[in-house]
Design a protein around this ligand. Structure first.
Ligand SMILES: Cc1cc2nc3c(=O)[nH]c(=O)nc-3n(C[C@H](O)[C@H](O)[C@H](O)COP(=O)(O)OP(=O)(O)OC[C@H]3O[C@@H](n4cnc5c(N)ncnc54)[C@H](O)[C@@H]3O)c2cc1C
Length: 339
């Protein structure tokens, strides 16, 4: 097992923050992880499990060990006449898994095409896009308990999935490292095209007959045209979650802001797009030195070149404060802050 010292993380996080890891190691096998977790020199230091680095903001240099998950492997492990179970290692690129399923004709995750990052991180915030979330096809995952090195299986119920949330952002954040994920996919596709933009794109692409591949292609087309490519402009996708507020507060806000968008979540809860709130506060396109808010997407904070984690964080805090002052709504980061 090779442990490197003082490693730059600039190319290991999509925001392109040039933080340094005191120690750094690849984990391409469960036993490597077990060995590393029991390594005497490292045991008392903080540790960070890193996947594709597309949902983290490094606030400073990381004084402990960055454990970079590269556990590979995709396999079809079981099937019945209607379903197929596919298991993938935590370090597999998420879109590689989507492509594998699309090519084999397995339906369920085509709407999640091109989301950056790894399979192991997908359950952490229950990734979602275009009307689908990971939890829709999730079967189980295996995770290593940090203290004992033993492996535990988590079912859907154990994961407590929510909107960009799971038990791995809460009670199980520190104690467990995800090793692999199993999805239950359909042999006969159910197409989910209710999301307006997806429908329009399929029409514009002249798709006569729906297929898993057509949906995946349409999603890729939308994402490539809409979202900044982190390889060109540092970003971590949506920086904030969309807040959910009470109907009562929503109605009051609508009196002042008749155009405020809201999506009913339950009898008394409404979800508001953070992008709209941030844009109303005048942040869209604002630049401070090398960091800023994307010119087309108020929800995406960007690093133009040499911005620091602290600069992005300060910008995020100022945005949160102005949304709070203007609408009395708290918006919270979707991105994981690492100090
Ligand atoms: C351009 C862009 C678009 C995006 N679009 C979407 C979108 O449409 N929908 C969406 O949901 N997200 C989106 N994201 C966010 C991001 O892609 C997802 O959150 C993704 O799942 C993060 O994966 P990662 O491997 O990069 O995780 P990382 O950023 O490496 O890690 C994220 C968190 O998970 C932890 N972690 C990672 N791997 C493990 C593991 N094996 N075990 C335990 N903990 C682990 C890390 O410690 C960290 O806390 C987007 C990001 C970008 C840059």
């Amino acid at each position: 097992m090779s442990i490197q010292e003082n490693v730059s993380l600039k190319h290991l996080n999509t925001l392109g923050i040039d933080a340094q890891a005191r120690y750094y190691a690849h984990i391409d096998h469960a036993q490597h992880l077990r060995d590393l977790l029991q390594h005497k020199k490292l045991q008392s230091l903080p540790r960070l499990i890193l996947g594709g680095g597309s949902n983290v903001l490094f606030l400073n240099d990381f004084k402990g060990t960055v454990m970079h998950m590269t556990v590979g492997g995709i396999a079809t492990i079981r099937e019945d006449p209607a379903h197929v179970w596919v298991k993938a290692g935590a370090g597999v690129n998420w879109h590689t898994l989507v492509r594998y399923c699309v090519e084999k004709g397995y339906s369920g995750i085509e709407n999640l095409s091109l989301i950056p990052g790894t399979v192991g991180a997908a359950p952490i915030q229950n990734i979602g896009a275009y009307g689908v979330t990971l939890s829709d096809t999730f079967e189980s995952l295996e995770a290593m308990e940090v203290d004992s090195g033993s492996v535990r299986t988590f079912t859907t119920q154990d994961c407590a999935f929510g909107y960009r949330d799971s038990v791995f952002k809460n009670a199980c954040k520190e104690p467990y490292v995800i090793l692999n994920v199993t999805l239950k996919l359909q042999k006969q596709p159910t197409f989910r095209t209710t999301y307006g933009e997806l429908q329009e794109t399929l029409e514009a692409m002249g798709i006569q007959k729906l297929s898993i591949k057509a949906i995946s292609d349409a999603v890729i087309h939308i994402r490539q045209n809409k979202l900044p490519d982190p390889a060109i402009l540092g970003n971590a996708g949506s920086f904030f979650k969309n807040p959910v507020i009470l109907q009562e507060q929503f109605k009051k806000l609508r009196d002042t802001y008749p155009n405020i968008p809201g999506y009913i979540q339950s009898e008394n809860q409404v979800k508001i797009p953070s992008a709209w709130l941030i844009e109303q506060c005048g942040w869209k396109g604002k630049r401070r030195g090398d960091v800023g808010v994307h010119t087309q997407h108020a929800l995406i904070l960007v690093n133009y070149a040499n911005g620091t984690g602290q600069e992005i964080y300060q910008l995020a805090q100022d945005i949160q404060q102005s949304v709070k002052d203007t609408f009395n709504i708290e918006i919270v980061p979707e991105v994981q802050l690492v100090s």
